[in-house]
Design a protein around this ligand. Sequence first.
Ligand code: PMV
Length: 307
Amino acid sequence: MTATGTGSANAKVLLFGEHSVVFGKPAIALGLHAGVTATARSESPCALRVPNWNLDLSRNDDHPVARALDALLSSLGIDDIACEVDAHIPAGAGLGSSAALAVAVARAALAAHNRADNNDVAAAAMASERVFHGNPSGLDHTVAMTGGLLRFVRGNPPHVQQLGTGAPFSLVVAQVAAGASTAVQVSEFARRIAGLGATGSRLLDCFEQIVDQAIPALERADLGELGLLFDANHGLLAGLGMSTAALDVACQKARNAGAYGAKLTGAGGGGCVIALADADSAEVICDTLRTCSISSFIVHHAAPAGL
Ligand code: PMV
């Protein structure tokens, strides 16, 4: 008899610490309410359909997503799943789409087999992410599983801490260009850090100091200071070759339209920028970016009660 199961997962934006997180430095990420939902049926042959991303694949196809599905199902020890996925985020834009897909599919596949185990989901998502990233920190699938605003340090298990904020803030998430390959970006960042020797290590320490300073600034909801930290983090990433002219221009347009600060988010080389704003200026920033043919959406992060 065919059994079915469903699973869902969040997309994310990286506020601070992308790339340096691969080297064991802390990062701060925010889970988005949008993400993906998967419905799995226990039937052979294994297949995956994601209509919004124009994907219709079998497990053995010569396609990176098929190889990721194969790694995920091998990790779970499951070989009879056909999955239909509803995706509400763009693929390959630095919003953690591959991790959200992996977590949702793993949850759905387990549910179709009357199983539910977060360790199994995390291990399967990591196996899937290795296909795309080569050397993933594990941050993307961790946020895909937990959501929320969190500080993450890679490890086995990773160190994950939910963070508080003193007041609401808004982020404008602007999709500037198609994303580059995360694996290529990660290896280019590593090449540049290695090439800089001791200075490379000190630059990694700078990324860590930005995260360390951002946590109390988030607790105080000091948007002015957080904006400066956004700009500084972007400057470091740009100096290490992770930005593009289009991302830099989008950041500057957002700052000129009233953002406290702006930076690329995720692997860079394309994809999205995020701009820190209050609720009113977020609308103005979106309108300004729209006049430059850049589509964007606003994420309002509410301060948890009691903080
Ligand atoms: O662009 P994305 O969503 O693939 O984010 C990658 C985040 C990196 O820090 C660049 C890589 C990683 O494994 O953490």
